[in-house]
Design a protein around this ligand. Structure first.
Ligand code: AMP
Length: 490
């Protein structure tokens, strides 16, 4: 059993000078704030097992509130502040939070939906008037810590139920693997409503007693200015591509950093190579999802292989299965399944959906992948993004890797769209690098040497941008919708 998040926080708070946020609270002050907030939540009538929905712009209070919920046993339910009131309605109806906490501008909208709402500044002011002594009740490792909703690009967004042990076991595994110590300073520019910024980043820091430079949003100039004080940065791939287009990114600017980590979406081997050439650092790519926390990571020592997500974390098992659930031999492409203390308890109030996504205790991630002879896992894309053209499987990730390798390609997304002859046709959507000119035919010709004929895109579309979500993930369902009639009448 792992050390609970709050037990770890209390250990860290015994050192009076230990800094939690650079320029902000120490661990001792953080613990005191969580005590005040816990007292405020209890006085508002919240009890263990109740849900607290938080929809607020990124600020340090989000983290204090997350930890205060853990202290009380109230289930923390963060929601992307970018969602409209109409979009947030689903979470209110589904999770039935005892309290919704939000920025002042959103209070009325959420009240109109019948929720009990309090604005964040009022809650913080109430907490300040309270004592910081809070007697934590006993919690078990399987108690729910948080519900995070999936980004739900297709269908209804589902509430992912995460336990205290899910979070604790993952934090301990990552701290060891990535060598976090109390001397580390993490540059945090990720959103805090998603597993990456909320759990991976925050818990690695908390479990090692490290500090954070906490930035409200990702701004390349602010990140470059802070890197000389940071030892680790965690980012989504778009952080890295945007930093690469800034001339301020140099070997000197990154000299103080010991580790750059990427995840939440595929990092192209081209970006990995460019980053290494510019800074001398090999980005460490890892793989995870809301339901499972982190699953695999490239090694700290040893080869960080571009285009792969490395090996399973200690205590986590991964297997690749075929269409009938049979376990496939090493090297073959199939469905990625995962088992371990990191895997969630199920989808909130959806027992049938939960049952469908597990096979003999293994969670079916919905991602396709293959493991090479050295044990490195490659992600080949979401199963629902697999293109079946003329009866043959085309893995979008493979075609995207070939496209990203071409000069002048800044980003690519490969989708399947209905085709009268082939069932589905491979379509490539490309964004040109600044100053580069791309055209359909030369791209198709250039791919002929690299890919079998059935994998070649039938169309290459040059776009200004790809639709992405808050984590920088390409919204393929949106692309499929836009181009669904591309071959109609063809
Ligand atoms: P989320 O639950 O929003 O974190 O999304 C999880 C999904 O993001 C996974 O199922 C993968 O499809 C994708 N993902 C996360 N990390 C990576 C990675 N390093 N490479 C490719 N896809 C990734």
């Amino acid at each position: 059993m792992s050390t609970d998040v709050i037990a770890r926080l209390k250990q860290m708070a015994t050192d009076p000078g230990r800094v939690w946020l650079v320029g902000g609270p120490t661990y001792g002050e953080l613990l005191a704030r969580t005590g005040q907030l816990a007292n405020a939540l209890i006085s508002l009538g919240l009890r263990k097992g109740d849900r607290l929905l938080l929809q607020a712009e990124k600020c340090e209070a989000v983290l204090s509130l997350y930890l205060a919920c853990l202290r009380t046993g109230v289930i923390f339910l963060p929601v992307n502040p970018g969602y409209t009131v109409a979009e947030t309605e689903h979470f209110l109806r589904d999770a039935e939070p005892a309290l919704a906490v939000t920025d002042p501008g959103r209070v009325e909208g959420l009240q109109a939906l019948g929720a009990r709402v309090m604005d964040l500044p009022t809650l913080l002011a109430q907490a300040e008037g309270r004592g910081d002594d809070y007697a934590d009740p006993a919690h078990g490792p399987d108690d729910l810590a948080a519900i995070l909703y999936t980004s739900g690009t297709t269908g209804r967004s589902k509430g992912v139920m995460l336990t205290r042990e899910n979070l604790a076991s993952n934090a301990e595994a990552l701290v060891g693997l990535w060598r976090f110590t109390e001397t580390d300073v993490l540059l945090h520019a990720l959103p805090v409503f998603h597993t990456h910024g909320l759990f991976v980043a925050t818990n690695c820091v908390l479990y090692s007693g490290a500090s954070m430079i906490f930035q409200r949003a990702f701004q390349p100039a602010a990140v470059l200015a802070a890197l000389p004080q940071a030892t680790v940065m965690m980012g989504v791939p778009t952080f890295y591509t945007r930093l690469l287009s800034d001339p301020g990114l140099t070997r000197d600017a990154t000299a103080h950093v010991r580790l750059f980590i990427s995840g939440s979406a595929p990092l192209s081997p081209a970006t990995h190579a460019e980053w290494q050439a510019r800074t001398g650092h090999a980005i460490l790519e890892r793989y995870g999802m809301t339901e499972t926390n982190m699953i695999t990571s490239n090694p700290y020592d040893g080869l960080r292989r571009a285009g792969t997500v490395g090996m399973p974390l200690p205590g986590v098992a991964v297997r690749i299965t075929g269409p009938d659930g049979e376990v496939l031999p090493q090297g073959e492409a199939g469905s990625i399944e995962v088992r371990g203390p990191n895997v969630f308890q199920g989808y909130w109030r959806l027992p049938e959906k939960t049952a469908e996504e597990f096979r003999d205790g293994w969670f079916i991630t919905g991602d396709m992948g293959a493991v090479d002879a050295q044990g490195y896992l490659s992600i080949l894309g979401r199963a629902k993004d697999l293109v079946i053209s003329g009866g043959l499987n085309v893995y979008p990730a493979e075609v995207e890797a070939a496209l990203d390798d071409l000069p002048g390609v800044a980003a690519s997304a490969v989708i399947g769209v209905p085709h009268p002859d082939f069932g589905e046709a491979v379509v490539a959507c490309l964004v040109a690098a600044p100053g580069a000119a791309l055209a359909e035919e030369p791209v198709r010709v250039a791919l002929r040497d690299r890919l079998a004929a059935f994998k070649l895109p039938k169309r290459v579309l040059i776009l200004d941008d790809l639709p992405r979500n808050a984590m920088g993930k390409v919204q393929k369902a949106e692309l499929r919708r836009i181009y669904s009639a591309l071959f109609q009448g063809a």
